[in-house]
Design a protein around this ligand. Structure first.
Ligand code: NAP
Length: 320
């Protein structure tokens, strides 16, 4: 039986990845910085809370990191814990950089010290590419981060590459584009649009306030994207791979689609310039050929079909 540590188990990706690894017979240890009643809510929702051992551990503390890796001697570590919001990173740039960079360095050092054979997955992000000159984005596209979050992920990305090249560790970057699900935190765009639109349709909210919606993004479905994380660590060689749908859509079109499904007039939406980011990327979409050809990851879901799934799940769980 393989053992995996998943950091950030309380998050969207951690929970779906745990579900996948449970189905593959792994023993799973999930970390959270601070255990409370809410820590296993998402695991509970997926019906796997009993299959995951949750441990309190803070990866920004090197001793805590070494302790948990020594205790469980995992075959694989999936590092998903991070301050993951671009918007919040402009409010908390120092905290975002400190945690998102130090945690990766600590885990890599701990792997070198405890067992250099442990395979390591780092949750890198398409946000690292930022100001791109040419689309689609591939693994060869130059990084030009446009937010503290993106800077933290770019630094962590190069740290992983450096430890792989310097110490021959099996360390990989999964460079994921936006992926969504019912378990996404409420402050992220798609989840916010769906939740607030349902509230409007039930007369619980008057208006939907949004920031810049005339930008395009490449969106996918989380349960499919976590499969790529696992595939990456099963490949014979350590790689950095972009995981994306290969298409971008306007944020405005997502809102109009959800509004139409719920019979909400467009006049219920208000653009608020206070919600604009200091800098934003106009269009981003990636090329998933390396994922397809090298690790055998296939993705062909249309994002409007994902919206249908998310809407149905949100409606089912909506509490008046
Ligand atoms: P998430 O739901 O925000 O979960 C990340 C987990 O990290 C949280 O559950 C939290 O666990 C921990 N965390 C939150 N804030 C933190 C902070 N300030 N310092 C340290 N830990 C913190 O994120 P996700 O959507 O599952 O994403 C997983 C990883 O993939 C993240 O590293 C994210 O940056 C990256 N990523 C996500 C996407 C996407 O579209 N979802 C795309 C590219 C990359 P505790 O509070 O329990 O410790």
């Amino acid at each position: 039986m393989k053992t995996a540590i998943i950091t950030g188990i309380t998050g969207q990706d951690g929970s779906y990845l745990a579900k996948l690894l449970v189905s593959k017979g792994y023993k799973i240890i999930g970390t959270t910085r601070s255990y409370n009643q809410a820590s296993n809510e998402k695991l509970k929702y997926l019906g796997i809370e009993k299959e995951v051992k949750i441990e309190e551990s803070d990866m920004s503390d090197v001793f805590s990191t070494i302790k948990i890796i020594t205790k469980y001697q995992p075959d694989e570590i999936y590092n998903l814990a991070a301050q993951s919001s671009v918007g919040l990173s402009f409010e908390q740039p120092i905290g975002t950089l400190q945690y998102n960079i130090t945690s990766v360095l600590n885990i890599l050092e701990a792997i070198r010290m405890v067992n250099p054979k442990i395979k390591f997955y780092q949750a890198s992000s398409s946000e690292m590419y930022g100001k791109v000159k040419k689309l689609p984005i591939t693994e060869d596209t130059a990084l030009h981060p446009l937010s503290p979050y993106a800077i933290s992920k770019a630094t962590a990305f190069w740290t992983v590459v450096n430890y792989r090249e310097s110490y021959n560790l099996f360390a990989c970057n999964g460079i994921l584009f936006n992926h969504e699900s019912y378990l996404r935190s409420n402050n992220f765009f798609v989840k916010k649009i769906i939740r607030e639109s349902i509230a409007i349709s039930k007369n619980k909210q008057e208006i939907l306030k949004v920031g810049n919606i005339d930008i395009k993004r490449d969106f996918g479905f989380t349960p499919n994207y976590v499969e790529a994380m696992w595939l990456l660590l099963q490949h014979p060689t350590a790689e950095d791979i972009t995981i994306c749908s290969g298409k971008s859509i306007y944020l405005r079109d997502i809102i109009y689609y959800v509004f139409e499904k719920l019979n909400i007039p467009k006049s219920k939406m208000m653009v608020d310039e206070k919600l604009f980011r200091p800098v934003d990327i106009e269009d981003m979409f990636g090329d998933n050929s390396k994922a397809k050809n090298v690790i055998g990851w296939n993705y062909d879901l249309d994002f409007f079909a994902v919206l249908d799934i998310m809407l149905a799940e949100e409606l089912k769980n909506f509490k008046d």
